[in-house]
Structures are given as C-alpha cells and as structure tokens.
Design a protein around this ligand. Structure first.
Ligand SMILES: [Zn+2]
Ligand SMILES: [Zn+2]
Ligand SMILES: [Zn+2]
Length: 344
C-alpha cells in the first residue's frame, strides 16, 4: 500500500480531474473562535508560521496541508486500462488578510482592502507565469456552516495544472455566444441589467463595478460582481478599478452580515481566465458569492438533487431575496465608508 498517496486522477464518467491527497486526511479541525484561542491560531502574529515575518498587514503563506505540491511525484505509469493520472503538481497558498484574529472584509479599512486586492492580483500574475500552471483559483471560505476551521480572516489560492470544470463550462458558453453574436456574454448581460426598468437586479454600483443578484442565481442570496469594462482577468484592471473592486468586495460582505445582523458564512470565487497558452479574449472576469442560508435560520444543503445530479433548486422568491439584499445595502451604507451607491 502506498502511504500518503498524492496524485490527480481522471474521472472518465464526468470528464474531470480529482485531486487525491492522502496526507490531507490528517488535517486537524481546529476552530479558534474565542479570542482566548487566538494563541493557537497559526495566522496571528507571533505564531510559529508568522514569527519570522516582521511587521506585516497582508501576507501569503504556504498551505500547511496542500492539496498540490510543486515537487509532487509523477505517479507510476501505465495505470490500469483506461484509468489516467498525473502528478499533483501545483501550489496551495493562504492569503492572510490582516494580523487581526477576527472580522470580515468590510472590517478592513479601504486602504487595507486595496492591499488585499493587489495581493490577489500579484499572486495571480506570479503563479500564472509558472509553465505547468493552467489555472489560478482564488477563493474565500467563511463560516463553520461551510466547514471553515480557522476564523482568522484569510483567502486561499490554488494554482492548478488543469482548468477547473466549472470554468470549462463558462468558457464554452462565452465562446459559443461570442461566435454566434460577435459579442461578450457578460458585456451583454451587464447592458441588459443596466437598462432594466423595474425590479432592478443590481444591488450596488460604483464607478467600475456592479453587484448583481443574477436572474440565474442558484443560491437564494447569490451575488455576482461584474466589472463594467470588458477585462479577462484581475491583472487587466487599472489602479482605479482595483480600488473600486476593493470597495465593492467590502460592500458585499457588509450586505451579507447586515442581512440578519449577524456574522454570515459565504463562499467567494474569483473567475479569472485560465493561464495556459490559449487566448481567452471572449471571457469576462467576475467574482461570485454563494451564501448557504436560504432564510434567517434555514440552511440550504447541497444534497441529492444538487450533488447527485447537478440540478439546483432556488428555494425562495428571487424578488423577495433581492428586496432583503437591497435593504441590507441601504442599512450598511450608512455605517460603512464606500465609493458607490445602493441601487433603488
Ligand atoms: Zn489569528
Ligand atoms: Zn465582456
Ligand atoms: Zn463565473
């Protein structure tokens, strides 16, 4: 038996890669919710992980239990019959957003959040230059409801040797739309939403971005951030646009926490174009937020129909959910400094 098996296997039934990481089975579950437990937090200043870094406000650390490693071994070939595998080569990083143990993105000052956004961009640029990296996945998990074991504010970055299936599906749809209509799919959607009169789906807008509760949302409180200008990836944003992105990210997490006046869990996924040798001029950068609640005290679980069949049910009335998000926007905009406007 191979101990600590670590490789990427092809699932021929659905045509996707699976990362098999034996060493991650031993990952501890260590919630550090109380301030007194900050002592054991690996991201707090003074911990063994951060002790030698001097003064810092935003840092990137290697993931202690990485799903991918730059030095991963090549799995023995051939595997049986049609089964295929490849080395689990890649990078898994943790982007610690602040030395402060608790809080969310909107608890960071605008200037601090801008540093976080620039770090996302810098890591995207640095990792996408590595020859075997095909995709840089930037994401943020928050809340015990979705299995986050560390409360200290942080995002994660996976630099992958393949393009993730969800991105492949988006790329196919963007490419097809572009071929048929000679237009970007998301530019078209942005025009559609901005021209709408009545039951506006735009919740918040600043100079360069809109925050939308999409017509095609799969989760009741799903929110998407779209740049108004056509840009493929975060490295194409101007200095001013990075500032606007920092602003709209802060507003988004503030809106979530304002919904029921409590700390809310969510998943954030940045959808950038891939970084292999192909061209992706037809793709439009955006950020998606999924929130696991469907109401104040009701969680929406990804169960049989969602996991077993990839069919989503939107449990609720989209107009009502939008109303809740909008009133949270107006409420939090009184307290939080911001650059744009909540949309009526
Ligand atoms: Zn901490
Ligand atoms: Zn576009
Ligand atoms: Zn997307």
């Amino acid at each position: 038996m191979r101990k600590n098996i670590h490789e990427i296997r092809w699932n021929p039934l659905i045509g996707t890669w699976i990362i098999v990481a034996g060493h991650r089975g031993a990952r501890p579950w260590r919630p550090t919710e109380k301030p007194s437990e900050a002592k054991t937090c690996p991201f707090c200043p003074g911990s063994p992980e951060t002790r030698d870094l001097g003064e810092w406000d935003v840092i990137v650390l290697p993931n202690k239990y990485p799903a991918l490693k730059p030095s991963a071994y090549e799995p023995p070939k051939p595997v049986e019959d049609i089964y295929a595998s490849m080395a689990a080569r890649g990078y898994c990083e943790v982007l610690v957003e602040t030395p402060k143990h608790t809080g969310d993105l909107h608890d960071l000052s605008m200037e601090h959040m801008l540093k976080v956004v620039k770090k996302y961009r810098d890591e995207y640029m640095r990792l996408s230059k590595i020859d075997f990296i095909k995709y840089v996945a930037i994401f943020r998990n928050k809340g015990k409801e979705i299995g986050v074991s560390l409360v200290h504010p942080h995002s994660q970055i996976y630099a992958l040797p393949f393009i993730p299936p969800r991105i492949i599906v988006e790329l196919d749809n963007f490419r097809r739309f572009y071929r048929e209509r000679n237009e970007c799919l998301l530019c078209h959607i942005i025009d559609l939403e901005r021209e709408r009169r009545g039951d506006n789906r735009i919740i918040y807008e600043n100079r360069d971005f809109i925050l939308v509760h999409p017509y095609y949302a799969m989760w009741p409180y799903e929110l998407h951030i779209y740049p108004k200008r056509h840009v493929e990836a975060i490295d194409g944003l101007t200095e001013g646009e990075l500032r606007s992105l920092a602003d709209i990210l802060r507003m988004t997490t503030a809106i979530y926490n304002g919904l029921f006046d409590r700390d809310m869990p969510y998943i954030m996924a940045m959808h950038n174009s891939p970084c292999d040798d192909d061209e992706y001029k037809y793709y439009h950068f955006h950020v998606e937020f999924y929130q696991p609640y469907r109401d104040r005290d009701k969680l929406k679980y990804r169960a049989g129909i969602e996991t077993g069949f990839w069919v989503f049910t939107f449990d609720g009335n989209p107009e009502e959910k939008r109303k809740e998000l909008r009133s949270s926007c107006f409420k939090v905009s009184d307290k939080l400094d911001h650059m744009g406007e909540c949309v009526e």
